[in-house]
Design a protein around this ligand. Structure first.
Ligand SMILES: Cc1cc2nc3c(=O)[nH]c(=O)nc-3n(C[C@H](O)[C@H](O)[C@H](O)COP(=O)(O)O)c2cc1C
Length: 178
């Protein structure tokens, strides 16, 4: 299942912003806009998100790799991560977002499914915030967002490579021949 995007999941733990590294995240549906995430049973974030029913997803740029990794190495259960980032809020009071991240989503929990090691949480994106510097011709530009990806089992962080072709388009040539 590699590569995986690597994001910082924002939640409120005991009234303080907390951020954890999360790679098990995917788009599920665009109407309504739903995402799914896998959260391990021990994380403080899981407990906070199930209690508050809201949280944020923040896309760190590649230059934030060290602090992103750190957020996956320590838990709010014994380490205060609230001072790591300057934060801002949108419409949800329990969804702290990171100013330095080029892209952030505010999300509300829709469904929860418990499995052995992880809980699958399906949520709706109710707000999105993109840094204007990451726009090209009015559209989000992945190269400017410069997201982090991760591969397993080598556990390496990566940046995006080159564009190969255009989806829902480059196959049309073959479709016409048939
Ligand atoms: C690269 C990386 C990816 C991770 N992905 C996930 C993930 O998808 N789900 C998860 O539950 N934990 C994941 N973790 C582990 C959590 O980030 C870690 O347990 C963290 O300490 C939880 O913080 P919290 O207790 O403050 O919520 C990942 C860690 C790293 C380093």
């Amino acid at each position: 299942m590699s590569p995986l995007p690597t994001v910082l999941l924002g939640s409120m733990v005991n009234g303080r912003p907390n951020f954890m590294n999360l790679a098990f995240i995917s788009l599920v549906c665009w109407d309504p806009p739903l995402i799914s995430m896998g959260l391990n049973q021990r994380s403080a974030s899981r407990e906070a998100i199930l209690k508050n029913r809201e949280f944020s997803v923040n896309y760190p740029s590649a230059d934030m790799v060290k602090v992103t990794d750190y957020c996956g190495l320590v838990s709010a259960r014994d380490t205060d991560k609230s001072g790591l980032f300057e934060t801002f809020y949108g419409s949800l009071r329990q969804a702290p977002m990171i100013t330095a991240c080029p892209l952030s989503f505010e999300c509300k929990v829709v469904e929860v499914h418990d499995f052995k090691s992880h809980t699958c949480i399906i949520s709706e994106i109710v707000g999105s915030h993109l840094n204007k510097d990451c726009l090209t011709d009015g559209k989000a530009d992945p190269k400017k967002i410069n997201p982090l990806l991760m591969t397993m089992p080598d556990n390496h962080y990566w940046t995006l490579g080159d564009v190969v072709d255009t989806a829902w388009h480059c196959g049309l040539e073959l479709k016409k021949k048939k």
